[in-house]
Design a binder for this molecule. Structure first.
Ligand SMILES: Nc1ncnc2c1ncn2[C@@H]1O[C@H](COP(=O)(O)OP(=O)(O)OP(=O)(O)O)[C@@H](O)[C@H]1O
Ligand SMILES: [Mg+2]
Length: 250
């Protein structure tokens, strides 16, 4: 579905490449986590996928088409929820549909469905400041889904939350993913979160980024927290933590 072919990228103000000859593929419907030290370029890779930055060389395609020639193929949910404080929750989540110039009726109908689904129907007329952190993340996710793209780029969406809320949202996200059959790329600093959620974990171990080290998580869906205690999962977590340590020491 998504393909990087020999992609290199450097920020104008930098001397060195951030990404160099990077090639990788994401298949439709996959849930992939990306981990790596702070500043290694995870968000930069998302910005490239989303077209906010352009590769200097190489090609990024979605289902064979250059991303420069297509629209609305991905939606980006940044770490900090970007809900507009002056818009109600309902108006916030309608924003992508407004941009796409959808009709009033359709917006009403789809936002109502989504508000119920994420458990925010009773809060539709409230403002972001009236909601808890976890509720704002759900609103932000609802908006990301309503953008209608098949590829969701979630950049540390739960990092600012307490661990109980976070666990609840992880389980909720898995259920949403299975229901909507989207493709998800998920950046996190939390190895356990990566292992619990995804089918594959990509580890960034070099600078510039020339490749990802890939690990498959040997668990089927639906998953339970107790699965994390299995020996092969404990081993995988250890190995991933070791990789991150090694990278941090370089
Ligand atoms: N717009 C920009 N212009 C120039 N340099 C940038 C820009 N955005 C990011 N960088 C630099 O690129 C590097 C990678 O940044 P990036 O945000 O991709 O890292 P990250 O892996 O997402 O980090 P974190 O885990 O802290 O979010 C950093 O050194 C950062 O300073
Ligand atoms: Mg980042």
């Amino acid at each position: 579905m998504l393909r990087f072919e020999d992609v290199s990228f450097k920020y104008k103000s930098d001397k060195f490449d951030m990404v160099k000859s990077l090639s990788f593929d994401v298949a439709e419907g996959e849930f992939i986590s990306v981990i790596g030290a702070s500043g290694c370029g995870k968000s930069t890779v998302f910005r490239l996928i989303n077209g906010l930055e352009k590769p200097d060389t190489g090609k990024i395609t979605m289902s064979g088409k250059d991303i420069g020639s297509i629209k609305n193929y991905s939606s980006y949910m940044p770490q900090k929820d970007l809900l507009y404080p002056w818009r109600t929750i309902e108006k916030n989540i309608c924003l992508p549909m407004e941009i796409q110039k959808k009709g009033r009726e359709e917006m009403k109908r789809r936002s109502a469905e989504m508000l119920k689904e994420v458990g925010l129907w009773d809060y539709r007329d409230k403002y972001p400041r009236d909601l808890s952190g976890g509720m704002r993340q759900r609103a932000s996710f609802a908006r990301t889904l309503l953008a209608g793209s098949d590829l969701l780029l979630l950049d540390e969406p739960f990092s600012a939350l307490d661990s109980l809320t976070r666990m609840g949202l992880q389980e909720w996200l898995l259920a949403e993913w299975q229901k909507h059959k989207k493709t998800i790329l998920f950046v996190t600093h939390d190895v356990e979160e990566a292992v619990f959620l995804s089918e594959k974990v990509l580890v960034i171990t070099d600078r510039p980024i020339t490749h990802f080290e890939q690990y498959r998580v040997p668990l089927a869906y639906p998953r339970a927290r107790a699965d994390l205690k299995r020996q092969e999962i404990l081993n995988l977590k250890e190995e991933l933590i070791g990789k991150l340590r090694q990278e941090a020491e370089q």
